[in-house]
Write a protein that binds this ligand. Structure first.
Ligand SMILES: [Ca+2]
Ligand SMILES: [Ca+2]
Ligand SMILES: [Ca+2]
Length: 603
């Protein structure tokens, strides 16, 4: 009886935790992005993915940054405490679906440790564990009130399809104009695909007339790989673009293969329905909380117009009303218009905020002033849904492709002192964790990882590494090889600010008003407002290496301040003006009191 009562109480507590978690909006989260292979090895028996042979068969070689290192889902489960203590409330797990273990030209092979070369879209890669291990991860995270976002790919599969005409060499892009669907191998070829009116007519009747995929290249599947993809329809070349390699410019950005990866004909309604089935099934089976969509800008917008509502409906039916979907529209530029375009034409509810990455790097790195951060705030009007929608954009300082934030800082100012490096890094994280958007921490940044570049050089092991480059990399903060310590100054600051953010509605859900910015390193300040009470929180950052003191405009009815971080003035200097002083690279978070009368302002 006692045991039953206990189980009942525990069950109720679990149900409450789940209900509270499901009720949270996407912008209430702090996301932790992790590549499972590089995070923690919880089960050494799966390191070779159940395969026998050398690294070109198994993909396993912990001494090479291009191969699997052994990290897995059990390792993630074992370190949820560490992630939650950092203040993260949602996990973005790099792709876990089964990959082609090794691919690439002879002598230049690498492994699918990153997860972006999927063959089986329905099951977990054996290097990471089993479907059951993923269920355990999701359940363990949910039991703590943490969400799990999957990283999914639709633009391409692994590189399985090859082209007769290319042999072992490159396959230059063959355009729609030079190689129309209506002729075999170019305009002078034999007529094929009679009556197919082009890929802008999404009717199944039209696509039924596209029967020959050899309009540009002649695609084929090498012997032994005919059934490697799952579900089975993915093994038919008719569902791919088959036009050769993308140059990432012009039409090839949509139709071209990403370095040989088989680019799906996402205009085809069978491909749309197929992927709705695939990714609907992960929602149904595991009750995950969101999708990060890889290479979203290499897929036609019409695909997302069909896919996104289907996923949101599927999640809602599963009892997940705040399912978060955010797409990758990668750019190194400060280009909110490009990002916003994909929320408008494609209906993506959110995109990864590459504009924030650029603006925060340029500001915290001292490369420019703070004008881009100011532009970012005003350009939020461009997104579908405007400023409210911009609150859902995951913001970040660096990533697994471009490189880590600490690397960018060092690259911008190679000669700076270790102390300045750390201060700029802390300042960047303060911007990340207090401005609008959903702060996304890239695993290892909290331990001061920097790395020597992007891609493989930014995918360090959190566990003891056998990669010489990773072991020799400089790190921000204490020089010891920190791994999973909670005393690193970056870990400590992120944890402090993440907690403050989650407890302060103005920081996760408040509108933003610009207070100060400039074209030289110096003061950047905004006010954010509690969405319910309207109470002001003043945020001020000093991106320069000199102390600054300035008078900032505040709301006329903000009279006194409580210090949430840094040093705040106790009271205003005059109604509507507060004097703020910040040390070099310092910041302050000041909650105004008393709050403006909420009943007057927000009836
Ligand atoms: Ca393992
Ligand atoms: Ca291919
Ligand atoms: Ca594509």
């Amino acid at each position: 009886m006692a045991l039953c009562a206990l189980t009942g109480a525990t069950g109720q507590a679990q149900a409450d935790t789940l209900a509270q978690m499901r009720a949270r909006l996407p912008q209430q989260e702090v996301i932790y992005f992790v590549l499972p292979d590089r995070f923690a090895n919880g089960d050494t028996t799966n390191d070779k993915g159940g395969l026998q042979g050398d690294r070109l068969v198994t993909g396993f070689d912990p001494s090479s940054k291009a191969f699997y290192h052994g990290g897995d889902l059990q390792g993630l489960i074992a370190h949820l405490d560490y992630i939650q203590s950092l203040g993260a409330s949602a996990l973005w797990v790099g792709p876990i679906m089964k990959n082609k273990p090794v691919q690439g030209p002879k002598g230049h092979e690498s492994a699918g440790y990153h997860g972006y070369w999927i063959t089986d879209f329905l099951h977990v890669d054996p290097h990471f564990g089993s479907d059951e291990d993923f269920r355990k991860l999701v359940d363990a995270a949910h039991a703590r009130g943490m969400k799990v976002y999957m990283d999914i790919i639709i633009n391409h599969t692994a590189d399985v399809i090859q082209y007769r005409e290319a042999g072992d060499g490159p396959a230059p892009y063959r355009s729609l104009g030079d190689y129309p669907f209506s002729r075999k191998g170019g305009v002078k070829g034999a007529p094929i695909n009679a009556d197919f009116v082009g890929d802008h007519d999404a009717s199944p009747a039209n696509w039924a007339k596209l029967t020959d995929p050899a309009f540009a290249y002649t695609p084929y599947i090498p012997t032994g790989e005919e059934k490697v993809k799952n579900p089975a329809w993915l093994n038919d070349p008719i569902y791919y673009h088959n036009r050769g390699d993308s140059t990432f410019e012009g039409e090839s950005a949509n139709y071209g293969d990403f370095s040989g990866l088989d680019d799906l004909a996402t205009e085809n309604p069978r491909v749309l329905s197929g992927f709705i089935d695939i990714y609907g099934s992960w929602i149904d089976r595991f009750g995950i909380d969101g999708y990060r969509i890889d290479t979203a800008k290499h897929v036609n917008p019409e695909f997302w117009q069909g896919f996104v509502p289907a996923m949101l409906a599927r999640a809602k039916a599963k009892g997940i009303p705040n399912f978060h979907i955010f797409g990758e529209v990668a750019t190194g530029d400060f280009d909110p218009a490009l990002l916003a375009n994909w929320t408008r034409r494609s209906g993506l509810p959110a995109v990864l905020d590459f504009a924030f990455m650029r603006a925060a790097n340029d500001a915290a790195g001292g490369k420019t002033g703070t004008g881009e951060l100011a532009r970012m705030v005003s350009d939020d009007a461009l997104y579908q849904g405007g400023e409210a929608a911009a609150m859902r954009l995951p913001t970040f300082l660096g990533n697994h492709d471009a490189g880590r934030f600490a690397f960018f800082l060092h690259d911008a100012k190679p000669g700076m002192s270790a102390e300045e490096w750390l201060k700029r890094d802390l300042l960047g994280h303060a911007l990340l964790l207090t401005l609008r958007g959903v702060p996304t921490i890239y695993y290892g940044d909290e331990q001061g990882f920097a790395g020597e570049g992007g891609d493989q050089s930014s995918r360090q092991d959190m566990f003891a590494s056998q990669v010489a480059e990773y072991n020799h990399q400089p790190t921000v903060g204490p020089s010891a090889a920190y791994r999973f310590t909670t005393t690193h100054p970056l870990y400590h600051e992120i944890a402090t600010l993440a907690r403050l953010r989650r407890a302060t509605p103005a920081l996760w859900g408040g509108s933003t008003r610009l207070r100060a910015y400039g074209d030289k390193p110096g003061l950047f300040a905004v006010s954010r407002f509690d969405p319910k009470t309207g109470a002001e929180v003043l945020l001020a950052f000093n991106t320069s290496d000199q102390a600054v003191t300035a008078s900032l405009a505040v709301e006329p009815n903000s009279t006194a301040f409580t210090t949430l971080a840094g040093a705040c003035p106790a009271t205003v200097t005059a109604p509507g003006s507060a004097s703020i002083s910040l040390p070099a690279f310092g910041y302050a978070i000041c909650a105004a009191s008393p709050a403006p009368s909420p009943k007057d302002k927000h009836p």
